[in-house]
Write a protein that binds this ligand. Structure first.
Ligand code: AMP
Length: 297
């Protein structure tokens, strides 16, 4: 496995790779959710490139950039065991030299949900992901459903800007109690960790109601809110029921696919999670059509 941290070495190494390339961008502090992305990329491509870059552009000044977990030695072990061929670990100065003055911005689909709570976040994401696409020129790029709006925004960008690659979305990997794996789970104390499955519990309850015929987004939203509000350690930031393709907030009952998503603060951690309804869409084949795939609009 080659580990590279400069643009010139990356260009050279990329030229030496033949066959199809799968790219998995990450911010490091890797866990089994990241591993699943690497494995899927490994199975579908001749070469796998992973990137580790904590992208300052996607953090607001009030957010956790300086404390975001970092563990490069462990990350490299995990990537090696996943069979990754090349790891790119640039510094912020390499990605954003002093005179950097360009951004890539997707509009409507980036505005609600996480985009509403974190102004500028997706502009940072789409800018860095564009750079990583240009630098690595992958055939496929792998992202997790865990960040469903990110998938939708990147799909839109790839389609709108004609990036010659396929965006592949992988199911959310969870702990046994339902908590979605996340690098930020490291912020939780053991008591907070015990409270954290409340997100999944709330979403599953809404999913059960959906299975029993409930199609009213207001009632589904109320189920999410009631369950999170009953957990004393959890502070609900938003609970949302949107159209799974446009990410527009729903007010009227509908039989179209819905994305149920939430952001909850527990202690220092801001946790996000989501589920598609009907629940069958959360498997691999359903995901790829449900999450704002422009070809299906
Ligand atoms: P991050 O390092 O948090 O930026 O995540 C890098 C990639 O891994 C993103 O595409 C995430 O959506 C994905 N990812 C993070 N956590 C999970 C998880 N629990 N299951 C599946 N994918 C995940």
């Amino acid at each position: 496995m080659q580990v590279i941290d400069t643009l010139s070495e990356l260009r050279l190494a990329r030229k030496g790779l033949s066959g199809t390339i799968g790219l998995v961008p990450t911010m490091g502090a890797l866990h089994a959710g990241h591993y699943a992305l690497m494995e899927q990329a490994r199975g579908e491509n001749d070469q796998v490139i992973a990137t580790i870059f904590i992208n300052p552009l996607q953090f607001a000044p009030t957010e956790d950039l300086s404390t975001y977990p970092r563990d490069l030695p462990n990350d490299l072990k995990l990537l090696e065991s996943a069979g990754v061929d090349l790891v790119f670990t640039p510094t912020p100065a390499i990605m954003y030299p002093a005179d950097f003055q360009t951004a890539v911005e997707v509009s409507r689909i980036a505005q609600g949900l996480e985009g509403g709570q974190r102004p500028g976040h997706f502009r940072g994401v789409t800018t860095v992901v564009s750079k990583l696409f240009n630098l690595t020129q992958p055939d496929r790029a792998y992202f997790g459903q865990k960040d469903a709006q990110q998938v939708a925004v990147i799909r839109r960008m790839v389609y709108d800007l004609n990036f010659p690659l396929e965006v592949v979305v992988c199911p959310t990997v969870r702990a046994e109690d339902g908590l979605a794996l996340s690098s930020r789970n490291a912020y939780l104390t053991s008591e907070q960790r015990q409270a954290a499955p409340v997100l999944y519990r709330a979403m599953r309850s809404a999913g059960d109601a959906y299975d029993q015929g409930e199609r009213d987004p207001n009632r589904l939203r109320a189920i999410l809110e009631a369950i999170v509000e009953a957990e004393p350690l959890a502070d609900l930031e938003y609970a949302s029921i949107t159209n799974a393709q446009t990410l527009a907030e729903l007010q009227q009952p509908t039989d179209q696919a819905m994305l149920l998503s939430m952001a909850v603060r527990i202690g220092r951690a801001r946790l996000i999670d989501n589920l598609l309804l009907p629940l069958s869409l959360n498997d691999r084949s359903g995901l790829s059509i449900a999450l704002a795939n422009p070809e299906y609009q």
